[in-house]
Design a protein around this ligand. Structure first.
Ligand SMILES: [Zn+2]
Length: 391
């Protein structure tokens, strides 16, 4: 395996302190959600380190990978019922506070399903994936296929009543530039809606797989409030949810406010120590699982982003895993970059008939077990989260 070049975070993106505490690290990790068409002789890996700012407590990754790595990312929209329900709830609330006939901009608008809730207002999406822009157009949502920070015309027009940033800020290195440019597009009385994964949920549920390369920033509500206050925007409203193991939405505007934030919105030293210990314990048990299955035919189920976390932590390669099943037809025939494990349709299990199947898609356990039974699978199934268990 070879390790590629990357840059390291030098100062906290919120308080600019240059000192960090290491929380956990992978010495060598494959990329998340990155696939290759061919077997490769050289496997490119990177270290991955979660650290906490000593100045303000904000969690950030040490490694910043070149953005070009994810240019050919397999974009897929996730429209599960729980996500659609949350989107309707949030958009109904926002519609009550923005003016009638508002102009609305969403950065990273995906397939347009969120903006669609705001029609017939004047809506515009910004989305770098051509495929998702086309899907948005089919929903009646206008979308420009570009990156927000590269669109000079957009950044200089102070005309939007609402700017939406859903699951954007966790990916951004130059976060101050992003927020400053959002403010350029916003009317003086305008609102910003921000949504991001919630670090306190990930830490409290020992969800190590929620920490991965593409997410550079891991916010608590306090962190988000401090970040926006630096830019002159104040918290007006917030709401937590349990989607993807916990995230939150919040609304900012220029009106000063003094909302009380929940006391639970901070990870204390005791909780952090338990999280660190659990990481080491979990890693040891995953390595032990791999060793105990040597000589057996072992496959996996679920080839999404999180699978790369389990593969990296347990040091699984194609020598340990014969194939990975996934329903996403776009992935069939591809291999996990850095591991060379092929991804195949779920019904392949009939021919392979493995001794063991590891459940990488941890959130869909019942559905997967049911599917495997339909295909006549008689082997053993292994749960990987929250603890390793033979089912
Ligand atoms: Zn800081």
């Amino acid at each position: 395996m070879t390790q590629n070049t990357f840059s390291s975070l030098t100062k906290c993106r919120i308080c600019k302190t240059r000192r960090f505490t290491k929380i956990f690290s992978y010495s060598s990790s494959i990329l998340d959600g990155k696939y290759t068409k061919y077997y490769s002789k050289t496997h490119i890996t990177y270290p991955l380190t979660l650290q906490r700012c000593k100045g303000c407590g904000f969690f950030q990754l040490r490694e910043i990978l070149p953005t070009k790595i994810y240019r050919d990312y397999n974009f897929a929209s996730n429209n599960s019922m729980s996500i659609l329900h949350w989107q309707t709830q949030i958009s109904n609330y926002i519609k009550k506070i923005i003016p009638r006939e508002s102009k609305i901009l969403e950065i990273g608008s995906g397939d347009g399903s969120f903006l669609q809730n705001f029609l017939p207002n004047n809506v515009l999406g910004i989305e770098p994936s051509m495929k998702l822009c086309k899907e948005a157009h089919q929903r009646g949502v206008r979308a420009l296929c570009t990156y927000f920070l590269k669109s000079e015309a957009l950044k200089r027009q102070k005309k939007y009543d609402l700017v939406i940033l859903r699951h954007v800020l966790e990916h951004i290195d130059s976060i101050d530039d992003m927020i400053a440019n959002v403010i350029f597009t916003l009317k003086t009385e305008g609102f910003v809606y921000v949504e991001t994964p919630y670090i306190c949920s990930s830490i409290r549920s020992n969800n190590f797989s929620n920490i991965f390369f593409e997410h550079l920033n891991y916010f608590s509500l306090h962190d988000m409030v401090r970040l926006f206050e630096i830019h002159g925007l104040y918290l007006q409203w917030f709401k937590f949810n349990s989607i993807n193991n916990g995230s939150f939405g919040c609304i900012f505007s220029t009106h000063k406010s003094f909302l009380h934030l929940p006391i639970s919105d901070y990870i204390g030293e005791k909780e952090l120590l338990a999280f660190k210990k659990n990481f080491v314990k979990y890693k040891t048990s995953l390595l032990a699982l791999r060793k105990s299955l040597k000589g057996k035919v072992v496959c996996g189920y679920g080839a999404a982003n999180k699978t790369a976390r389990f593969l990296s932590l347990g040091k699984f390669s194609h020598k340990d895993l014969y194939e990975i099943y996934d329903k996403n037809g776009n992935l069939h025939g591809l291999h996990f970059s850095g591991s060379d494990i092929p991804i195949v349709p779920p019904d392949t299990i009939r021919n392979t008939n493995p001794d063991y199947v590891l459940l990488f898609a941890t959130a869909y356990e019942k559905e997967i077990i049911h599917d495997m039974e339909t295909y006549g699978y008689k082997g053993k199934t292994v749960r990987l989260y929250p603890t390793i268990q033979y089912l």
